[in-house]
Design a binder for this molecule. Structure first.
Ligand code: SF4
Ligand code: MG
Length: 325
């Protein structure tokens, strides 16, 4: 059997520091076809680790990653099912330059997955498909003749999106796809991603530290803190009635989110070292509602009383968290 490797994905992974053990734990979420599910949290919260687990760039030590009912961990890497999953799941990274080979022309970069997955065979068919992909991301087919350094950051991210779409995927894992871009360019890329989602029925796992971006993109949102999910809710519920004290802290740090004129408050405290996390609820050193139980006992995700939220917080469970901002 021939294993389709993902040379460019591997290249990106090599540049990243080795993920620490247990960077993410007890992460359970499901994403419906055609929906955008977002993971938010500060850097070090384990969002990128989850992304890499989902695309198979990292292997989970326990648990399962199921795509359409197929458990990725139970497949041999060279199996036909795995090969097909690698075609159907693609990833877009924060730094569009680091994932583009600077010595390759853009047409070769976009053609690589088409060849690797054997989707087109003749030179003409590959060239035609590359041109089509460039147009899909609102670039010109002639741009294929240039090198990555000849493009702006936003254009490079368009090239990465074109390459991700080249294998006709169904599921895109997007790790901070616009965080390296100017705000004006961010909106263009986000809108492009939404248009492409509508056109091709794509499913997105969208990872960001930026709640304003996530609100624009996602139907459901999971908030991560120190490698754990602390709250999952429909986007509307999360912004209207954030339940977890950490989610509330994040919301209060967003400028003008509600236009309420409420003063913006910085997120307080430092994110602790994930290798030696605090006891009990790992948020307790930063939490205004922490008590003895919080310092001893890790809260589990459970339904909140209000809305669609699932929350891991003793105060919410005990009804001693107030009703929100
Ligand atoms: Fe705060 Fe306790 Fe809830 Fe953790 S469990 S977020 S420390 S109230
Ligand atoms: Mg990250």
């Amino acid at each position: 059997t021939f294993d389709v490797s993902r040379p460019w994905l591997n290249r990106v992974l090599e540049r990243q520091p080795k993920a620490f053990l247990k960077a993410a734990q007890d992460i359970t979420f499901a994403i419906d076809k055609g929906e955008t599910f977002a993971l938010v949290g500060e850097s070090g919260s384990g969002k990128s680790t989850v992304a890499k687990l989902v695309v198979g760039l990292l292997e989970a030590s326990a648990g399962e990653v199921r795509i359409d009912g197929i458990d990725m961990r139970r497949q041999t890497p060279s199996s036909a099912a795995m090969r097909d999953l690698r075609r159907r799941i693609q990833m877009i990274f924060q730094d569009p330059y680091a994932s583009l080979n600077p010595r390759w022309r853009v047409d070769r970069i976009i053609a690589e997955p088409i060849r690797a997955f054997g989707l087109e065979h003749s030179r003409q068919a590959i060239a035609a498909r590359v041109g089509e992909l460039l147009e899909l991301v609102r670039l010109h087919p002639r741009d294929g003749q240039k090198y990555p350094h000849e493009f702006s950051g936003g254009q490079r991210q368009r090239i990465c999106i074109a390459r991700a779409l080249a294998s006709r995927p169904e599921f895109l894992v997007c790790d901070e796809p616009t965080s390296a871009l100017d705000v004006s360019v961010q909106a263009q890329i986000l809108n492009l991603m939404r248009d492409l989602q509508d056109e091709f029925g794509l499913t997105y796992l969208f990872i960001s530290h930026d709640l304003a971006v996530v609100r624009h993109m996602a139907r459901r949102i999971g908030v991560m803190y120190l490698g754990r999910l602390v709250e999952i809710a429909a986007s509307g519920d999360l912004f209207a009635r954030p339940q977890h004290p950490y989610t509330r802290m994040l919301m209060e740090a967003i400028p003008d989110l509600t236009m309420s004129g409420r003063p913006r408050r910085a997120v307080e405290g430092e994110i602790p070292n994930p290798i030696s996390p605090p006891s009990g609820c790992t948020f307790h050193p930063r939490c205004p509602l922490a008590n003895d139980r919080c310092r001893r006992e890790m809260p589990r995700l459970g339904r909140a009383n209000a809305g669609s939220s699932t929350v891991a917080c003793h105060a919410v469970e005990e009804g001693r968290a107030d009703a929100g901002p």
